[in-house]
Design a protein around this ligand. Sequence first.
Ligand code: NAX
Length: 327
Amino acid sequence: SKKPVRVAVTGAAGQIGYALLFRIASGEMLGKDQPVILQLLEIPDEKAQKALKGVMMELDDCAFPLLAGMQAHSEAKSAFKDTDYALLVGARPRGPGMERADLLAANAQIFTAQGRALNDAASRNVKVLVVGNPANTNAYIAMKSAPDLPARNFTAMLRLDHNRALSQLAAKTGKPVASIKNLAVWGNHSPTMYADYRFATIDGASVKDLINDQVWNKDVFLPTVGKRGAAIIEARGLSSAASAANAAIDHMRDWALGTHGAWVTMGVPSNGEYGIPKEVVFGYPVTCSGGDYQIVPGLPIDAFSQECINKTLAELQGEQDGVRHLL
Ligand code: NAX
C-alpha cells in the first residue's frame, strides 16, 4: 500500500473546513488508495482550538481507513512540517466598518507568516492552494514569502467560479454539466473574473454557437457567475461552504492526479502568458498531468475578452500594489 502523504489545512474549524476534511480523509481528493495524515491549523484562540478538537472527534468517529494520522496545531510552522499539500482556507474576514486596505493588511500578515512557515518547514514539492480571500493576492503574498519553494507550487482557487459557470451553461443549453469541455475562467476570484465559453464545446459543438446570444453572455451569464457568492449569502445567510470545499477538492485532485487533457481553471503565477505581468496570480485555463499544470497556450483573445481581462487584471494589480510595501 502507498505511503501516507501529509495534508495541512488551515481554518480547519471553519465552515469550509467542516465540508472539506471528511472528503480529504475519505480519499476523494488524492485517491481511494492514498492514505493521508491531516495537519490541522487553527488560531490559538481557546474556542477555535476546542471546535477543532470537536471536528477531529468526528473524523475519528468516521473510522476512515485512509486516515493514517491527524494533529491539531496553533502555529503555522509545526502545522506545515513536511507537508505535501497545503490548503490555506483560514483568512481574516471583512469585519463591520473594515476598510479594504485594513482587510488586505490583516491578510498580508497571515499569508506572509504562512508563506515563511511553508518555506521553512514544508516538503520542497508542496502543492499550495489558497482559498481564503482575497485568494489570488493571498497566494501571491505566500509565494513571495517563500523564496526557496518553486513559485509555481502556489495557486489560488478559481475552481468555484469555473464550476459555477459550468452549471449555468448546463442550465442554459439543457445539456449535462459533464458534457461541457474547454471552459476558461480568467483573472481574479472576485466578481470581475471573466468566465469565457468561446472555446467550450458540448459533444463537439460550439457552446457559443449553441447559445448565440452575446447579450445573455454580457448581461446575464457573467453577472450571475460573478455575483453568485453574494446570492448564496443572501439565500443561506452564510457564505458558500460545501461548494467551496468541493471546488478545493476538484482543484487539488486534478493537480495531483491529472485532467487527462481536460481544461480546468487554476489561479497560478503568470510567466507573462497572455500579456499578464509576471508573478501576478491569475486565473487561467490549464491542463494537469504528472503532478504539474500547464497553461493552455495560444488562445485568441478578442476585443470583448481583452476588455474583461484588463478589468480583472487592473483589480488584481491594485490589490498587489496595496500589499507590496508589507512584503
Ligand atoms: P469561517 O470563518 O467559517 O472559517 C475560517 C476559519 O479560519 C475560522 O475557524 C478561523 O478561526 C480560522 N482562521 C482565521 N485566521 C487563521 C489563521 N491565521 N490561521 C489558521 N486559521 C485561521 O470561514 P469559511 O466560510 O470557512 O471561509 C474561509 C475563507 O474562504 C474566507 O476567507 C472566505 O472568504 C474564503 N472563500 C473563498 C472562496 C474561493 O472561491 N476562493 C469561496 C468561498 C469562501 O468565501
